[in-house]
Design a protein around this ligand. Sequence first.
Ligand code: ZN
Length: 669
Amino acid sequence: MLTIIDGYNTKPEWFLGKGSFGSVYKVEKDGNFYAMKVFQTEYLMAEYKNRLDREIKAIQKITHPNVVKFHSFGTFVDNEFEYFYIVMDLIEGKALTEYIGTIDEERCIEIIESVLDTIDSVHKEGIIHRDLKPANIMINQEGVPVILDFGLAKLIDYSSITQTGERVGTYFYMSPEQITDSKHIDNLSDYFAVGVIFYQLLTGVLPYDAANLPALIDQIKNQYPKNPSELNRDISNQVENVILKLLEKEQYKRFQSVSEIKNALQEKPIEKTKKLDLSIVNFIRLLHTEKGVFEVALKDSLIDRVIFPANFFKFYHPTVDILKKSGIPFTTDPATNRLVYTSFSKTRGVMELPYSSGSEVTPIQKKDFHSISQVQEYVKKVLDFQNENGVTEFAAPFFFAKNSDDEWFNINLKLLKESLVYRDENFPDKPVWAGICMNIENWHNEEEKTNILNSYVKTNPDGFFVYGDPIGNQSNLTQLYHYTDLLRKLQINSSAPVVACRVNGLGLVLLSLGIAGISSGIGSLDSFRESILSDTQEGYSADPRYYIPALMSMVTLKKRVTTKLIDIAQSSVGEELKCDCAYCAGIEQGTISLQNMKLHFMKKRKEEVEEIVALNPEDRLAYIESKVEKAIIYKRNLSREGVEVGDFSHLDTWYSLIQQFKKKNSKID
Ligand SMILES: [Zn+2]
């Protein structure tokens, strides 16, 4: 390196750094210091070589205080190589690269907004930066971002860079359209680069990163990065959405102006007040086949809340219409869970849902939620559909997630956040339920539990429906304990009601332990363990089941045979187990109908729930403990007398569960 170039003095120790296509030195002339960028002229675009004067003079017209000014330029020969140099302001400060992953959201927004203001005013002069990246942004001593190399990238022929690492590096911040056709890009391409910088500053990593150029180009053009909040849980949904919108692949989906971006960043989030309280108790999961049961139950006031599977709306308007007129709060299971499985494509109404894939051969897939616009469109379809069907409470779309590492887990969180945003903007008075459907196998792991709680409490919905898989009479103590523990923590920390779904008799134990609500079904479906009134353990036999409150369980009867009920009635505990409600009249003659069995169940369940709710919270555990204890004794007596009612070992598990929580509560005291 020469020590004097056209009157500018430099020294080896004034070397400031090396970029992808040149080196930068501190230089001095007439007692003033500058920065000089030097690179071989072979890097210049051939078409500009003969008209550099004109091109650089155009850039020199930029007079923005936060854009580094170009003072002079020229060429020189050193060791037989021809070099191009350009002299610019020397900025005292640190490059933005040093701030990556170290600043909070607030400071980050400040920097990004300042960068946006600067590029906006230069864009208005018709000049695009083309190479915005943290290395080209200096934070000066006043803390203000100053942009380097504005417009210079246009003169560089990137294809002449031969070193793989450096070549890849020049593409990290490039928009898909710049990769495709760098000559015809506009301000939106610079916005994309700002999106990459924004992403990197807050998460510490690049949204697109690959070891080789073809892989990187494929990512930028065809793949979607992880949501920033997956990498940094402190990122607000508002900022995340701005970043994702800046990174949209199609230009029309991006922000179209700096003022749009700044508005989106400055919008005040709506003050959240919970629209559901903790007094929610008994949800009846209503199925389409139950119109007759439903009508009687409604007349007899057996129902206080309903959840209706969305795929039946279309076919069962009469039932839904009765429901709407009843004034009973009702919501829907959006049935999104089913849309990812081919096995549900034949389930009535599933493929007709306006938010299904609409194709029997291609179910909904993760890739359908990769971009922010896909997520927002989906949420709009789901909630609009619910609104059209008159629900009083929305349920955000959700899918089964194996655990918190599953990509579906993050998709669910994003769908929920966007559901809340969409509600706030369009239906501010309607509550939104979050659905959580997960495998509970890992919930004994504190890290997994914390991850789920951190993620969901922060989203702040009005209530939670939790579907734990596998929760049922076969669940063991460890599973039940951690499932219950998570539900309780979720409710306490979110101050939103948690409803344990499809938990059958266990629901009463959960209510006693403080869970706000449960859901019980009055029909049968073969999946998701919903069959509480017909026994499908043995394939499709669908034997009816009769609910015995004192046993806290269903008893399976053989088809059309109620002799077991007569045996129970004639046992030594028959008096205590028998029901004299109107629906059960005729039970001893063996003439109870399936519809009446269902109505009997609903009546008893409602009474049981009301009994628990009437107690002081601190008395509930003792109440349920004695109820379970008694049930175990009844079962023992029946067995001794040869009346076989099935495997009731779950009662022992529930009893142990209650003991665990008694111990836990006494520790807290
Ligand atoms: Zn009865």
